[in-house]
Each structure stands twice: as structure tokens, then as C-alpha cells.
Design a protein around this ligand. Sequence first.
Ligand SMILES: Cc1cc2nc3c(=O)[nH]c(=O)nc-3n(C[C@H](O)[C@H](O)[C@H](O)COP(=O)(O)OP(=O)(O)OC[C@H]3O[C@@H](n4cnc5c(N)ncnc54)[C@H](O)[C@@H]3O)c2cc1C
Length: 381
Amino acid sequence: MEFAFTEREEMLRKAVREFAESEIPPKMEKMEETGEFPVELMKPMAQVGITGIITPPEFGGVGMGYLARNIVLEELGRVCAAFPMSMQVHHMACAALSDFGTDEQKKKYLPPLAAGETFGTVGVTDPAGGSDVIGMKCTAELKGDTYIINGRKCFITNSHLSDFWIMVAKTGEGAKGLSAFIIDKGTPGAKLGRKENKFGLRGANTGEWVFDNCEVPKKNLLGAEGQGLTVGLKTISETGRTGMAAVGLGILQAVYEEAAKFANERVLYGKPIATLQAIQFHMAEIYTQLDICRLLNYRVNWMKDQNMRCDTETSMAKYYTCNAAVEAAKKAIEIHGSYGIMREYAIQRLFRDAMVTVPAGGTAEIAKAGIGRTALAPFKK
Ligand SMILES: Cc1cc2nc3c(=O)[nH]c(=O)nc-3n(C[C@H](O)[C@H](O)[C@H](O)COP(=O)(O)OP(=O)(O)OC[C@H]3O[C@@H](n4cnc5c(N)ncnc54)[C@H](O)[C@@H]3O)c2cc1C
């Protein structure tokens, strides 16, 4: 068993850290205030390899895979979690196109995604079907060579930023009754709905799409008709959940750093509070959780890079890391005393950001339901 990164991966981490530490902080106050993502950083991110990290080189990407992607997302999240949130969904679109797109679709959509010229976005959730994906109400009815799409998609990351949308709609009943589509922005009947005003991950754009007799040519199916559940679930599970886990990991690293700095700076009884055993115990818990989560994350991404089946490991990494980030942030706020709830201190933002990672990409209950089935299977009578 080897725990070392390659030289190329170490260089990537260094480059992303330098980018994140220099380019992101000047943007953060405005992002918090307005909820807008700084789109002008997309091309600089492309130059570092962030936007095309999992896209094959033949389509303009870096093709370094999922462990490298984890490094990218973790390093961005250490500085501002809205960045890896936006980028991880961007990568979901890249993965869906790479896995299910025709050659023509890959050639059209993947290079601009890798170059940071547009945002990737994938809309599966609709108001009627959150965790219950098959319960969605958004429909696509085939008339001649055109699908007519009606309904809404909600809570979609990068919803208002992209030039094309990947979405899933009902073309029939049950598990085989869903299909995925690519919809170019500006297609008549495809409209932007509300932009959400979230309390955390504020700079990541989340919003709604409305389809009102939207006419989409048959050639815009992504995968075959009836394959939408597979497109959606594979993309959410393998790319979305590993992505959200990495967002949680970046937040956890930031929480650790903020708590350790504060504990060493805050002086009480003539000494830093870091000398108090109670504070050391809090720090020990945060530090251990960080290590557990890092191991869970690196393992699952390594498995994905080896083409191993890893849906249970993905669910474990996602729910455990996002919950650990919330719990660590709460503990770190306690370490800060009343300073922890003041806007000037980063720790309150980290807590808000961590909370938003919990439902995104699938709730803890949904993750645990799958993990529980795997845990029980070997002893099933
Ligand atoms: C910041 C953010 C970004 C997002 N980005 C995207 C995106 O880009 N694309 C996209 O398609 N979606 C996106 N989502 C939507 C997200 O995937 C859904 O919110 C999530 O799947 C949960 O659906 P829901 O909110 O409708 O909750 P519901 O499904 O209504 O769940 C409500 C509660 O019931 C529980 N529950 C539901 N079913 C079960 C069950 N079988 N067993 C036990 N408990 C259950 C849930 O765990 C939860 O506690 C995003 C969400 C957020 C917050």
C-alpha cells in the first residue's frame, strides 16, 4: 500500500494552492455579499488545469483523473468552498459527456468546458423529486424528431452561468422512464427561474430552470432514451459525491487551520488557550477527523481512477466528510468563544458553508441507506 502522491500531483497541489491563495481572497467579500460567482476567474482556473482536470486531453483537458481532482477541490475549498462547489458540478457535466456523449457531443461541448469558456451544470433535482429521483415531474414527450419538455429543475449549481444545460426528464414510467438531454441556452421555452439566496456557499450560483414547451431535437439526447437514471445516478454518485466530499474536506482543513491559529493567538490567564487541555482535546478531535476524512477521500478517488466499483465508498466519504466538517466547525466556533460568531472571523462562514454541503449531492440518510444495504448483504439469510 502506497500513500505518496506523484511528483505531478504534488506540483498540481502547489499550483492550485498558489492560485487559490492569491486570486480568490480579493473576490470573497463581494461573493458573500452578492452571491455571485466571479466568472472572470474561469480562464485563469483553466490555465492551472482546474476546469479540465478529468477531461481527456483529446478533448482539451488535462486528463489527470479523480485523485488529482480531489487535490484541486480540496485546495480551492481550503480558501473558499464556493469555488470547489461550482467546479465539482462543472466536472459532473464533463463526466456525463465523457461517459455518455456521442463523438459529436464530446467535440462540441467538452473543449469549451476544459478551456473555462463555459460552465458545466447538471440538473436532476426537481421540486417533486429530490431524493426520490424517479418521482420527478419534469416531462419530455417525443413528437416526430423533437422532444417537448415541460416542468422545472431546482437547486441547480451553475444554473445561471452556463451556455448549455444537461438535465434529466421523464420520457416514460419507472426506472427506465427517464432520459437525459443537452439543452443549449436560448432554446425557445428554456428559461432561467429564480436564483437561490443561500446562507452558505454563497458565491456558488444555485438556481432554477423552467421548461415551457421547450423543443429539443432528438440528437440532443445524452445517452439513449430511457438511460436517464443511469446517466444521473452514475454522474451524481461517482463525480458528484466524490466532489462534495472534497468540498467538505477543504472546509475541514480550513476549520483546523483557523482553530489552531486562534488557539495559539488568544491569551487567557497569561498564556495562549492552546495550553489548556480542554482546547487540546477539541483540537485532537478536529485533527483526527481531518485525517480520517482525507483517507476516505483519497481512497475512493484512487478506486475511481482504477475503474473499481466504489458507490458504497463514495457514499461513506460524502456523508462522513460533510458531517465531520459541520461538527468540526461547531467545535472550532466554541474554541473561538464569542469571536466565533462574529462576521470578521472566517469560522462562522466555514460553519455555514459546511451545513450547505450536507444535502447537496444527496442527503446523509440516502447515503446511509445504501451503505447499510452493503453492510448487511454478506449476512443476508
Ligand atoms: C447547494 C446545493 C447544490 C445543489 N446542486 C445540485 C445540482 O447541481 N444538480 C441537482 O440535480 N441537484 C442539486 N442539488 C439538489 C440536491 O441534490 C437535493 O437537494 C438533495 O438530493 C435532496 O433533495 P431535497 O432537497 O428535495 O430533499 P428531500 O428529498 O425532500 O429530503 C427531505 C428529507 O427526507 C429525507 N429522506 C428522503 N428520502 C429518504 C429515504 N428514502 N430514507 C430516509 N430519509 C429520506 C432526506 O434525507 C431529508 O432529510 C443541490 C442542493 C444544494 C443544497
